[in-house]
Design a protein around this ligand. Structure first.
Ligand code: TXA
Ligand code: MG
Length: 338
């Protein structure tokens, strides 16, 4: 049990977090996407502590966060032409590239795979902690395994209090969904394993739309026992205690549907502050706003002891694809088409 300290994002707070990390400890830090649970990526014992604190399956690899562009070459082998083009365009930023790993990355960090996910976060506090440490930081989202990712300080406090020595306060995360994860096939095409704020359209704009593929797991359920490129995709994720259902159809039909299925413990996520004939939870109208607020809305369902929650189906383009991907997992792939 730790007496978890909340550190401010000041030079002193950053130094204190870096000291914990340099000594083989773990600490939660903000990034622009979600809060991460960080440890020295080159120290397998420190990384083991991450898996323990989260209750995470050991075959699910950790993303390695760097604080300088050139460090890609320290940890990844053979950075392809398209990988370099995308890195130049989107790093620092909410993009993770899965590349062949160098031996310096321990098997514990990479979940036993011969690849490593590399991300250079844009968040200044994250960059400062990494650079103050002098090591790359392995960091999964700072939630208990299976819970929605934390996008505000109180989420991290709720999941990690007592389990870790410190949390650096970074306020609210601006993106709200985790980074876009992609890898490259033999023809150097980008294969999207997890959609995010860097969209397939953005990626196609840099390397050509014919060079972008979405892996099937992005919008479909992965069959039991099937081999997946990204181990994280096979686990049930982001799920509140309430049953979550996605309603596909116009927004007006959605409102009618929820009103018709109203009852005690029933909630509907809505896009504005109008009054609705059911208990509504404000979510947002644009894909960007829905991305930023999704995990807070999902956590809010538990606070309200919700039994059933309905969500209007996000558009599957742009940032909407990332929102849809997370919501599908929270809903256990339950979609009602009106
Ligand atoms: O935005 C983010 O990416 C956040 C912040 C903290 O940086 N991190 C994050 O980490 O979301 P995590 O561990 O919750 O999700 C990482 C995902 C998992 O689905 C994992 O399986 C996949 O990326 N991944 C990581 N390394 C991989 C690798 N070498 N090969 C395939 N998939 C990998
Ligand atoms: Mg996660």
């Amino acid at each position: 049990m730790y007496d978890t300290k909340i550190l401010p994002p000041t030079p002193e707070g950053i130094r204190e977090a870096a000291e914990i990390l340099r000594n083989g400890g773990i600490a939660a830090i903000p990034t622009e996407t979600v809060y991460g649970l960080a440890a020295n990526a080159l120290d397998e014992n420190a990384c083991r502590e991450i898996f323990k604190a989260k209750g995470r399956p050991s075959d699910n690899p950790l993303i390695v966060h760097i604080g300088r562009f050139e460090d890609i070459y320290k940890y990844a082998e053979g950075v392809s032409g398209n990988a370099l083009r995308l890195a130049r365009e989107f790093m620092p930023g909410p993009l993770t590239m899965v590349l062949p790993k160098k031996d310096i990355i321990p098997a514990v960090t990479s979940g036993g795979l011969d690849t490593v996910g590399i991300r250079f976060p844009a968040n200044k506090t994250a960059q400062a902690v990494i650079n103050e440490c002098g090591y790359p930081l392995a960091a999964p989202s700072a939630n208990l395994s299976g819970s929605p990712s934390p996008t505000v300080l109180s989420h991290v406090v709720r999941d990690m209090s007592g389990r870790i020595p410190a949390i650096v306060d970074g306020g609210c995360c601006t993106v709200g969904v985790e980074s876009t994860v992609l890898t490259f096939d033999e023809e150097d095409r980008a294969v999207i394993l997890r959609p995010g704020f860097v969209t397939p359209e953005d990626i196609g704009g840099v390397i050509g739309e014919d060079n972008v593929i979405c892996s099937a797991g992005v919008t479909e359920r992965v069959a039991e026992g099937e081999r997946v490129l990204s181990p994280g995709m096979k686990y049930k994720h982001y799920a509140p205690k309430a049953n979550v259902t996605i309603i596909e159809g116009s927004y007006d039909r959605y409102v009618e549907y929820v009103a018709a299925h109203n009852g005690s413990g029933v909630f509907g996520a809505v896009e504005d502050n109008r009054s609705y004939p059911f208990s509504s939870l404000f979510w947002g109208a644009s894909p960007e706003e829905q991305a930023r607020r999704l995990f807070d809305v999902l956590r809010g369902l538990d606070d309200r002891n919700a039994v059933q929650a309905y969500f209007p189906c996000p558009g599957k383009k742009g940032v909407g694809l990332a929102v849809y991907n997370r919501l599908l997992r929270a809903a256990g792939f339950e979609v009602i088409r009106l």
